[in-house]
Design a protein around this ligand. Sequence first.
Ligand SMILES: Nc1ncnc2c1ncn2[C@@H]1O[C@H](COP(=O)(O)OP(=O)(O)OP(=O)(O)O)[C@@H](O)[C@H]1O
Ligand SMILES: [Mg+2]
Length: 147
Amino acid sequence: MPVSGPPVATSLPVGSDADLAWVRQRIRQTAAGLGFGLVQQTKLVTAASELARNTLVHGGGGHVEITPVTRDTTRGLRLSFVDSGPGIRDVELALTDGHTSGGGLGLGLSGARRLVHEFELDTGPGRGTTVTVVAWTADVPAARSGE
Ligand SMILES: Nc1ncnc2c1ncn2[C@@H]1O[C@H](COP(=O)(O)OP(=O)(O)OP(=O)(O)O)[C@@H](O)[C@H]1O
Ligand SMILES: [Mg+2]
């Protein structure tokens, strides 16, 4: 029996409020298992909660992929929120604090971005939306030159 194998991605549906609750729970469990502290878990779950809600409300539902990742000796968690909804026409505007196309606060996307280490938006009109975030168990200084 293998003691450890390659990190396995888990895919969970995001199609209802009940799915959102389960997604939050699974992400917290997975993060805790990887060694995320309580504050780090809460940051990641808060970001995930906003992104999953966008997948449901704006994207018409989709799924989330949960993948443990490592860089050098640091462990992290990558989350991809995927929908095939209308997509986002103006990404910069959507990421502006307070911008909402509906009755929200417009703080979901921008807030989520601040709560994770890496944030990537792949979207466009008619292309659906994929938001991928990565959080690490420790802050790894990025390689810098001349600083
Ligand atoms: N998955 C998505 N598909 C299509 N549009 C999206 C998606 N996610 C976000 N958007 C667009 O980006 C805007 C900003 O998203 P954000 O989460 O910041 O605000 P919100 O969902 O309107 O309000 P809230 O503060 O309640 O989250 C949304 O109003 C919506 O127009
Ligand atoms: Mg939102």
